[in-house]
Design a protein around this ligand. Structure first.
Ligand code: SF4
Length: 248
C-alpha cells in the first residue's frame, strides 16, 4: 500500500484534485482508499440520542453501526494516522488534509501565501487553483489536477511510498535521519524506502494480530530479554524461530 497526502486551505481545489486522482487511479486498475482529516473540532459522526450513542454512554469503547448499505466502526478517540492506515488494504491511500505524517504531499493553493502555509520537506508537487496559472514553484512542479490529471497521477505513481513508521526521531534515527527527512530524501531520489531499518528487524511484535513497529532500541531490549530466558530452556536452538503468544 502506498500513500500520499493532499494538503491545502479550503476552497483551493483540494477535494476536486483528490476526486480526479481517485478516478484516474481507478482507471489505471488500482484499488484506492482515502482518509479525510476533519478540522472541525466538535466533529462526530455519532449523534446524541442514537442507539449507538447510548451504547457509548453505557461504557462501550468501540461501537459499530451495521446497516445494509454501510458499516461504521466508531472509535472514541483520534487514531494515529498509521493505526488508521493499518486498516487499509488498497494499492493507494490518498489522505486529505493530513499533515502529521511523513507521507509525500501535494499542496493545493490559490496563491503563494497558501503554498507557503502548507509547504514542508515532504511536498513533491503543487496543484489546485494556482496550478492553472503557474508551471512550477521553486523546484516543485505545479500540475493542474483538472486539465492534466494524467501527469499528476504519473507523478503520484512515482512518488507515493509505503508509510514510514513516523516515530519520534529521539527514539530512532537508525537510518541516519528522521522519518520526515527520509521521506524527503526518497522524493529527491537520494534514499530508498528500504532504508528504513524498522521493516527489516528480526523481531516482530503483534498485539491482537496487528504488527506494532518497534524502533531498534526497543527491538533489542525485547529480543535480548526473551532470548535471555528461552535459551536456558530445553528445546532451544541457536538458529530456531521463537514465538510467544500472551493471552490476557
Ligand atoms: S529507520 Fe525508519 S523509523 Fe527510524 S527514523 Fe528512519 S525512517 Fe523513521
Amino acid at each position: 500500500m502506498k500513500v500520499i497526502s493532499v494538503v491545502g486551505h479550503s476552497k483551493t481545489g483540494k477535494t476536486t484534485t483528490i476526486e480526479n486522482i481517485i478516478r484516474e487511479l481507478k482507471r489505471r486498475g488500482y484499488t484506492v482508499g482515502t482518509i479525510k482529516e476533519i478540522h472541525f473540532h466538535d466533529f462526530k459522526m455519532d449523534m446524541e440520542g442514537t442507539n449507538t450513542h447510548r451504547h457509548r454512554q453505557a461504557g462501550a469503547e468501540t461501537v459499530t453501526a451495521r446497516g445494509d448499505r454501510e458499516t461504521d466502526v466508531l472509535f472514541d478517540y483520534k487514531l494515529p494516522v498509521n493505526e488508521i492506515l493499518s486498516f487499509h488494504k488498497e494499492d493507494f491511500v490518498i489522505m486529505e488534509g493530513v499533515r502529521d505524517t511523513s507521507a509525500p504531499k501535494i499542496v493545493t493553493a490559490e496563491d503563494e501565501e497558501g503554498i507557503l502555509a502548507k509547504l514542508d520537506m515532504t511536498v513533491f508537487a503543487i496543484s489546485g487553483k494556482i496550478a492553472a496559472e503557474i508551471d512550477s514553484y521553486r523546484d516543485l512542479p505545479a500540475i493542474d489536477g483538472t486539465r492534466d490529471i494524467m501527469r499528476l497521477v504519473d507523478l503520484i505513481e512515482e512518488m507515493a511510498i509505503e508509510p514510514l513508521p513516523d516515530v519520534d526521531q529521539d527514539c530512532c534515527g537508525a537510518c541516519g535521519f528522521s522519518c520526515m527527512e527520509l521521506s524527503n530524501r526518497i522524493i529527491r531520489g537520494l534514499s530508498k524506502r528500504e532504508d528504513c531499518v524498522v521493516d527489516h528487524q528480526e523481531t516482530k511484535l503483534l498485539i491482537d494480530g496487528r504488527e506494532i513497529p518497534m524502533v531498534p532500541f526497543v527491538e533489542r531490549i525485547l529480543r535480548n530479554s526473551v532470548l535471555g530466558v528461552v535459551k536456558e530452556l530445553d528445546g532451544y536452538k541457536e538458529d530456531g524461530k521463537v514465538e510467544i503468544c500472551i493471552r490476557k
